[in-house]
Design a protein around this ligand. Sequence first.
Ligand SMILES: [Zn+2]
Length: 217
Amino acid sequence: MSTSQMKRLSALLAFALLSLPAVSSAQTYFRFPASQLADQCGNGGCTVSAYKDYGGRDYACGGVRYAGHTGTDYALVGGFSKMDYGVWAMNAASGTIESAVDGYFDRCTYWDQSNPYNACGLYTANYIIMRHADGTKTKYWHLKKYTQQFAVGTYLTCAYWIALVGSSGASTGPHLHFEYWVPGYGTDDPYGGSCGTPYTRWTSQGAYRGLPGIACQ
Ligand SMILES: [Zn+2]
């Protein structure tokens, strides 16, 4: 190989190395899954009422969790009056609506554990599940009855108003249960911290007990 060929090759290699992304571009990152407008979750309208449970602690080694909780609960500070006003859940990233359930009673104040098919039981929440490009899924639970805006199979870019937050299923008050699912693993936590996973799946995780940022990936 001549010197000029060597130079061209090393230039090509340098370009190839510089072109490698820091993280796999296939990984999906999420924005906060509800509206942050001033009359919605903005101005303290929503609060974290429970994180994913890591056997008694949350991702940051705090106690904002309850036993067996698999997602994050974002509660409406104004309760049912705020729910009646209407607060929009939003898809946290681009993806396809994979499945959805609607039509169940949406003013639950307790979890009916006598039968999961009863109103306010485990299987009677209105919900949407979205599938993202990297195969991960996000789940939006306890939605208000008959407020879903898109049919199953619809592809949405990030941050559409998909349904109103409600209190259907096993729910003690109006809140959005947001859950993150990974193929081959199962339910995971989008938050990263010293008592959870070391990485975050939010575009901007935000402070503990604060809300994640609204920038789309
Ligand atoms: Zn929950």
